[in-house]
Design a protein around this ligand. Sequence first.
Ligand SMILES: Nc1ncnc2c1ncn2[C@@H]1O[C@H](COP(=O)(O)OP(=O)(O)OP(=O)(O)O)[C@@H](O)[C@H]1O
Ligand SMILES: [Mg+2]
Length: 423
Amino acid sequence: MSETIRVLIVDDLPETRENVRKLLQFESDVEVIGQAGTGEQAVEMAQEHRPDIILMDINMPGIDGIGASQKISELVPTTQIIIMSVQSDSDYLRRAMLAGARDFLTKPFGGDELVAAVRRVHAKRPVIRSMAASGQTAVRPGVPQSVAAPAEGYMLAVFSPKGGSGCTTLAINLAISLAMNKHRTIMVDGSLQFGDVAVMLNMKPVTSVVDLSARDTEIDADLISSVVQVHRSGLHVLMSPPRPEMADVVTEASLKVLWASLRQIYDYIIVDTTSSLNDIALSILDEADRILLVTQQNLPSLKNVSRFFDLAQSLEYQQKKVWLVVNRVSPKQGISIKDISETLKRPVLMTIPEDDVAVSAAIDQGVPIVTGSNKKRPVGLAIAKLAETIDSELNKEKTDGATNGQAKKTDTSGLFGRLFGKR
Ligand SMILES: Nc1ncnc2c1ncn2[C@@H]1O[C@H](COP(=O)(O)OP(=O)(O)OP(=O)(O)O)[C@@H](O)[C@H]1O
Ligand SMILES: [Mg+2]
C-alpha cells in the first residue's frame, strides 16, 4: 500500500493513547498525526488536520466519543471513525454507527486487530470522500445528477413468501435490463443481514446501505453517489452491509428517507426483499409501487403465494400493486400456468423458464444472465421482456394519470399490530 493512512488517537487516558500509538508505530502505511484527550479537542483537531481515521474512545468527560463522532461526521465527512470501547453490546454498536462510526474495536485489542481495522475502514471509505480530501471534483463517473430527474421514480420490490424462489436472480437481471435500456436504475439489497446481491454481481460490499441509513437526516445526491457502486453494466447498486450486525442500524424511518431520496434520482429502484416478513421487509413492501411476487409451479409455493394475497388484502394493498411472476417454468412441472392463474384468480405477468445451466453459470461466474453469453437463451430473453413489460405498463399508467398502487398508510406498528388493530 503506497498511500499513508493518517490517524488521530482520541482517549482521555494518556497511557491508553500511548499504547495505541505504540501498536501502530511500526506500520509503514500508518502515521499517527496527533492525539486528543477530550471530545472537544478531537473535534478541533479533526477540523484542523482532517485525518483519514480517528480511533475514538467512548467514555470521556465532556463530549463523549459518540457526541464527538456525531460532530466530526458532520464537519469532516472525509474522516472515518473507529470506536474503541470496553462495551461491546449491540446497543453501543448501534449508537456508534448512528453517530457515523465505521467500525468498532472492543478493548483490549491487539496490534493485528487494530491495524486490520484501520486498513479495512480506510479501504472501504466512500470514493467521494477521498476525492474531496484530494481536492478533486466530488462526482463519480456515470452517477446521475440530481437536477436531471423530472418526476419521481418507481420502486419495485421483488418478493416471494417462499425462500429460494429466484428473487435475487430476477431482481438483478431485471435491474440490469432496465439500466441497459437507458433507465436510471438502482438495485438495493433489501436483505440487509445476509444479502446475496454483491456476490451475484461479483462486487465487493465496500459501501452499503448502512452508510446512508446511519444518517437519519439529509441524504443528498452527493452522499448517495458516494455510497452507490456502479456495476459494469451501468447499474447502480446499494449493497447490504458486510457484517450482519451492522444491519441493526437500518430502521424503517431511515429507509423511508432513503427511498424518498432515491426516487428523486432514479427512474427505477429495484429492491431484493427477504421472504421473512419482518418490519423492515414489510416497510419495503408498503413503500413499493409494485411488488413482483415470485412463485414457482409447485404446491408449497402456490400455497404461500395464496396466503400472501390474503395478507395483501388485509393490508389494503390495491390489486394492481402485486404482479405475479412464475419462475423456473418447465413443461415437466405438473401445475400449468393457466391453472395457477385460475386458482389464484390473478393474471400472470410473466413466466421465466427454468434453465439450470445458464442460471448457475451466471452465479458461478458472477456475470448476470442478461449480460453474459447466455443472454439470448429463453431465460435471458424472458427477463429482458419482463423489464420491457414493466416499463411499458408503468408508462401507460403515468400517461393515463392513474394513481399508483401503493398502500398509502403510514401505520408502522408492525405486521401483527396492523392486522389485529383492524379487527
Ligand atoms: N429460472 C431459473 N432456472 C434455474 N434455476 C434458477 C432459476 N431462477 C433461480 N434459480 C436458482 O434457484 C436458486 C435460488 O435463486 P435465488 O437465490 O435467486 O432465489 P431467492 O428467492 O433470492 O432465494 P433466497 O430466499 O435464498 O434469497 C439459485 O440456486 C438459482 O440458481
Ligand atoms: Mg435472495
